[in-house]
Design a protein around this ligand. Structure first.
Ligand SMILES: [Zn+2]
Length: 82
């Protein structure tokens, strides 16, 4: 039954890769989440641009300062609403 044991070990070895995540993979996953969040903010900004509400605060409706938009082009509210 040695051959069967070896086969079982090989299968167990493949499954064992999952629980302990590679630190590089974890870092890549975190970076990907960050990029996806940024992409979502930019996509929302493009939607506002198309709707004609870009540069207007979504909270108070006041124009967002150019300096704020220069720092964060996807800003959707003025700095007084954190
Ligand atoms: Zn505002």
């Amino acid at each position: 039954m040695d051959h069967d044991d070896a086969a079982a070990d090989a299968i167990g070895g493949q499954n064992a890769d999952r629980p302990t995540e590679d630190p590089v993979a974890a870092e890549a996953r975190a970076l990907l989440a960050e990029i996806e969040a940024e992409l979502g903010a930019v996509s929302a900004a493009l939607d506002r641009l198309e709707a004609g509400s870009y540069g207007t605060c979504e909270i108070c409706g006041a124009p967002i300062a150019d300096g704020v938009l220069a720092t964060d082009p996807s800003a959707s509210r003025c700095p007084s609403h954190p």
